[in-house]
Design a protein around this ligand. Structure first.
Ligand code: ADP
Ligand code: ZN
Ligand code: MG
Length: 484
């Protein structure tokens, strides 16, 4: 029998707010344990939560960017369970009436668009962290993360392959990063994904038994785990076995999933509306206020880059992968409108520097190694024949961190292009005079020696000779020398 895989993803995105969702504690990462705590997030009795307005704004942003309906009225609910990292004994989340409903994300899969529908986006608080191996037999609890705001983004079971799931996840992360609501760091856990996988006979409309996979800490892990799970389920059914609904853990080292617990269902959590929090009312004015702050989103920006700057799709893709890079490019192209040359410098030289300095995995670069305007001026100097492309590479290196415009560096180091005919002629004469053997070869018909002479003249002028003039004059000189 032929089976069709069915995949739906649940993503938890940690929000980039300064303070927690229901108290004023800092969300700052890497503090001493239990330093970012107060009676509210530590779950003391008798305290009252106050919803952080910023969290709602971020939820609206995410909802608008993914075509959701923003609920005019939604409810914060208690999800009850016991665990040492959850001091209240319940997590404040949303259940029946989430803040964003429906929506979709268009995902590019090898050049074709696939629409993945969203079920919902809701707000909730994160739990604390249990630390097991630091203190002998004892386990320790750190509540710094308790109450840090999350968005949970739930997709419909619309994906059919591990690659589609990976592409959906990357697109979603890119949107949240563009919105600057989440830094998208999977390794550090600020962007987490649970994958739901089932299989069904090809052609069937009925969903199969769902297995949920947890502990996916990278895009690679998500794709590998889904592939593994699809194969495991097909093998089980093909061997006459049955599947049970359960939660499985991805084991990164052994590259397999293994059973963690049979799946609990919603009624186990005894969800009910939190009596300490009023229904959340979002009027159209608020939604409209947030709407005008939305940036141009990656897919639109990519298309516009290709059209407006006549860039190849590949360049447009690379330049818009991050919002800060796209902003950088547009700042540069305003100064000097040679889009393709700027693109080459950015995706080549600049990306190399970012990578070397590990800046490429930062969410947003505010201090660039080279200012956008300076890079534009560098390209302008090449285009205006002030410096050669080769010299420009040297100037670029000198510009790093100096915050000096290229004109200044060129002036200080005497790297201007030599264009005056006199000095180029002198250099050529010297090169021809000191290479009689090569000259003789050229005269007897070996045209390849031409390149050798060009190289020698460039060397003599420290790479500063205007290449076009050099070529013209050299050709002329050699012609007369052949005639002689
Ligand atoms: P639960 O109540 O267990 O949380 P939901 O129905 O809310 O389950 O779905 C959670 C996630 O699992 C969603 O992303 C959804 O698309 C996905 N999902 C639901 N059923 C299936 C299935 N049979 N196969 C694969 N994914 C599924
Ligand atoms: Zn607190
Ligand atoms: Mg659910």
């Amino acid at each position: 029998m032929k089976y069709e895989p069915v995949i739906g993803l649940e993503v938890h995105a940690q929000l980039l707010t300064e303070s927690k969702i229901f108290c004023g504690c800092s969300t700052k990462f890497g503090q001493e344990p239990n330093q970012n705590t107060c009676p509210v997030c530590a779950g003391f009795p008798g305290v009252l939560p106050v919803l952080n307005r910023r969290v709602v704004e971020f939820a609206i942003k995410a909802g608008l960017a993914t075509h959701c309906e923003i609920a005019r009225s939604s409810i914060l609910a208690r999800k009850n369970y016991f665990y040492p990292d959850l001091p209240k004994g319940y997590q404040i989340s949303q259940y029946e009436l989430p803040v964003c409903i429906g929506g979709y994300i268009d995902v590019d899969i090898d050049g074709t668009q696939k629409r993945v529908r969203l079920t919902r986006i809701h707000m909730e608080e994160d739990a604390g962290k249990n630390i097991h191996d630091a203190h002998g037999d004892a386990s320790l609890v750190d509540l710094n993360r308790a109450g840090v705001p999350l968005l949970e983004i739930v997709s419909e079971p619309d994906m059919r392959t591990a690659a589609e799931a990976g592409a959906y996840l990357r697109t979603l992360r890119q949107i949240l990063q563009y919105l600057e609501v989440c830094d998208g760091n999977m390794e550090e856990g600020s962007f987490r994904c649970d994958a739901n996988v089932s299989i069904r006979p090809a052609g069937s409309e009925i969903l199969g038994t769902k297995i949920e996979i947890k502990n996916l800490n990278s895009f690679r892990a998500v794709e590998r785990a889904i592939k593994f799970e699809i194969d495991r389920q097909i093998d089980t059914l093909s061997d006459g076995g049955t599947l049970i609904q359960e939660t499985r853990l991805w084991d990164e080292n052994r590259e397999e999933t293994r059973s963690m617990r049979s799946k609990e269902s919603a009624h186990d959590y005894r969800y009910f509306p939190d009596p300490d929090l009023l229904p959340l009312i979002i009027d159209d004015t608020w939604t409209d206020e947030v709407r005008v702050t939305l940036p141009e989103l990656p897919a639109t920006r990519k298309q516009r880059f290709a059209a407006e700057y006549t860039l190849p799709a590949y360049d447009a893709e690379l330049l818009t992968a991050r919002k800060d890079v796209a902003d950088y490019f547009e700042a540069a192209v305003k100064v000097h409108p040679n889009a393709k040359a700027l693109s080459n410098w950015i995706v080549g030289d600049l990306f190399r520097v970012l990578k070397e300095r590990k800046l490429d995995d930062q969410l947003y670069i505010s201090h660039w190694p080279v200012a956008a305007a300076h890079l534009a001026q560098l390209v302008q100097m090449i285009d205006h024949g002030k410096i050669t492309g080769k010299i420009a590479k040297t100037v670029f290196e000198a510009m790093l961190d100096s915050n000096k415009p290229p004109q200044q560096i060129v002036g200080e180091t005497g790297l201007e292009q030599v264009s005056d005919t006199g000095s180029i002629e002198t250099a050529i004469d010297q090169v021809l005079a000191s290479n009689p053997k090569q000259l003789a070869q050229y005269q007897s018909g070996n045209e390849k020696v031409f390149g050798y002479f060009v190289g020698q003249v460039m060397k003599a002028t420290q790479g500063r000779a205007n290449p076009q003039k050099l070529n013209e004059i050299l050709r002329e000189k050699l012609k007369t020398s052949v005639r002689q």
